[in-house]
Write a protein that binds this ligand. Structure first.
Ligand code: SF4
Length: 338
């Protein structure tokens, strides 16, 4: 993404999606464990324009959630952001003091729906109190005003406002997840990161949550980073897709490019493993092997031990990210010139 994109103000449809909201450059987040350094996120770069939805996909342990925690600056110890820049609305948020980031950015500008969020609600407080607390602390609203806003938020996420006095145990799993989404939206942030927001929910509730996220994006112009290992979920909502493998982005592009014209052997393998309900019946494929230990990743292309197209160079040198078509990037020696 070049600097000139910041000046590009062309609009598509109702929402202007040209202004770069978030730009992650060469991000490295490592965990310093007693057994060695885990390179969970290793030189990751991508950007997101206002109003866009980016799907971040890959197998468990590939660094998706760590990327999200790095953006919202909540990497748990012994993890640490060791290198890189994260620009949000043009400012490097990694250079801000913790206090400035907490008061000006986290929740107000960037909020997060955590993985298994429905278990994150405090069981001894009513949901209204939990939503109102965010508003009292960050917006300086009175308790009465905060409750009024909490009722509106519950309505936005499809919960009857009369449930404001319910305790978490009185709600279904899907409703608890929606309460968490309401909390993430309380301060109307331009960017919401949803980390596996439908995990452990049945398919009907899953569809409801996805429809809710789509509606939010459409009506409020909220940018969303959706993290999941489920590529079919991403297909429903994302304009852009980034495929991560072993701490690196290996392919990045618009959804149509990734789904209809994937380049990277790993992306092709992931897509071939999704069952299809239309078209010819074809045998499901799988990717042999397991992701590498990130304390000691394989040299060269990290995917090479599992790749059926590998050749000499793959195990010796890391492939660079190359643009294979407009804004479609791939890190694979099959497309890069040595
Ligand atoms: Fe396979 Fe080589 Fe491409 Fe890696 S660089 S994905 S090993 S062909």
């Amino acid at each position: 993404m070049s600097r000139s994109d910041y000046q590009d103000t062309g609009c598509t449809g109702v929402l202007c999606v040209s202004e770069v909201l978030l730009e992650v450059r060469n991000l490295c987040t490592y965990f310093y464990t007693v057994k060695g350094i885990v390179r969970a996120v290793d030189d990751v770069s991508f950007s997101l324009r206002r109003g866009e939805v980016l799907g971040l996909a890959g197998e468990s342990g590939c660094g998706k959630s760590t990327t999200a925690y790095s953006i919202i600056r909540l990497v748990p110890p012994p993890g640490r952001i060791v290198k890189g820049e994260i620009f949000f609305e043009g400012r490097d948020i990694l250079r801000m003091s913790s206090e400035e980031f907490r008061t000006k950015i986290r929740w107000k500008k960037i909020s997060m729906i955590f993985q298994g969020a429905m278990n994150a609600l405090n069981p001894v407080y009513k949901i209204g109190d939990q939503i109102a607390e965010v508003l009292v602390l960050h917006e300086n609203l009175t308790k009465r005003e905060a409750y009024e806003k909490a009722r509106e938020l519950l309505k936005t996420v499809g919960i009857d406002p009369s449930r404001i006095n319910s305790y978490p145990h009185e709600l279904s799993g899907g409703m608890k997840q929606r309460v968490m989404i309401a909390m993430a939206l309380a301060l109307n942030p331009p960017l919401v990161i949803a980390d596996e927001p439908t995990t452990a929910l049945d398919v009907v509730v899953q569809a409801q949550i996805m429809n809710l996220l789509k509606r939010l994006q459409r009506e409020h112009g909220t940018s969303i980073i959706l993290i999941t290992h489920d590529l079919s979920l991403i297909a429903e909502i994302a304009n852009k897709v980034a495929i991560m493998y072993a701490g690196k982005i290996v392919e990045l592009g618009y959804s149509e490019q990734i789904y209809y014209n994937p380049y990277h052997p790993y992306t092709k393998g992931l897509l071939a493993s999704i069952p299809r309900i239309r078209g010819e019946i074809s045998k499901l494929e799988w990717i042999p092997g397991v992701p590498p230990d990130l304390r000691n990743p394989p040299p060269g292309c990290r995917f090479h031990p599992r790749c059926k197209y590998r050749f000499d160079l793959c195990s010796r040198e890391e492939p660079p990210m190359v643009e294979v078509e407009r804004e479609h990037y791939v890190a694979c020696w099959l497309y890069a010139k040595k």
